[in-house]
Design a protein around this ligand. Sequence first.
Ligand code: F6P
Length: 321
Amino acid sequence: MAIERIAVLTSGGDSPGMNAAIRAVVRTGLARGLKVFGVRHGYQGLVNGEFIPMDSFMVSDMLQRGGTGLFTARSKEFMTEEGFRRALMMLESFKIDGLVVIGGDGSMRGALDLAKHGVAVAGLPGTIDNDLAYTDYTIGFDTAVNTAVNAIGNLRDTSSAHGMVTIVELMGRHCGDIALFAGIASGGDIIVMPETEYSLEDICREVVEGRNAGKLHCLILVAEGAPFSCQDIKEAVQERTGMESRITVLGHVQRGGSPTAFDRILASRLGAHGVDALIEGKKAVAVGIRNNEIFDMDMAKALEMKRPERTELIRLGEILK
Ligand code: F6P
């Protein structure tokens, strides 16, 4: 049976480019003759029935904006039996034939649960963390890396001026990609992430080696999922080297801001593909990009995949520091 009505929502932590994805879903849906609804506040909005009929004008002037015009939430109610049942009832009463979910790992798992109850879903990877194994890139990652690179550039200046050790915490949950990519792009000296096996002793030795080699500063980039906190590192550096250090937590700065051209194009391609997958009658797909090709695959299989090891990039970071 041909689908007629689709809905789109953004869920979990926002990421720059989500608006571009919403725009692509709405405009592709309308171009294909569908009725398109936006659901406000992610899965919480599904539970509450916050369905807004969308026209082309409603997604004007949002391509370049960070955040999400549909708003987002980390809904606890949707995870309860009652909340989930209400979400299903809302989808049924608004006669939604297919749902596009833009979000990270947890949001995809929510979509998969809906699919198990007969809802056709297409998941688009929207998170700055780049932690979804099935896709090379997630929407927002490139922007977050660029934001971090700019901030680290500023820190490098002041760090050199004072001959200081600068410790920067980057987001990424359990994934070190933001720290690794930003570290390579900004010439970080030590990149500490869940995927590497640094000890505090190694870190301190490298700080001293850098100083002995005549480095004016030391930039230590720490992914939030790393085995040590920035504070652990600061204390170890102070105790073992006597060198002064400062901690900067970039935090939510990395989640906001205008998306890069890469993220806008990625989000637009993924959004259009998601709608087409639903039109083709696909029931539970994750849409991604691999080797610059947009593709979809079974969502359950996508979520089981293991992330690629970053061996080459980790080595590169160590050689180029
Ligand atoms: O998933 C995106 C992300 O920004 C992670 O990098 C971070 O661990 C988490 O969300 C922070 O979540 P919150 O904004 O809810 O504290």
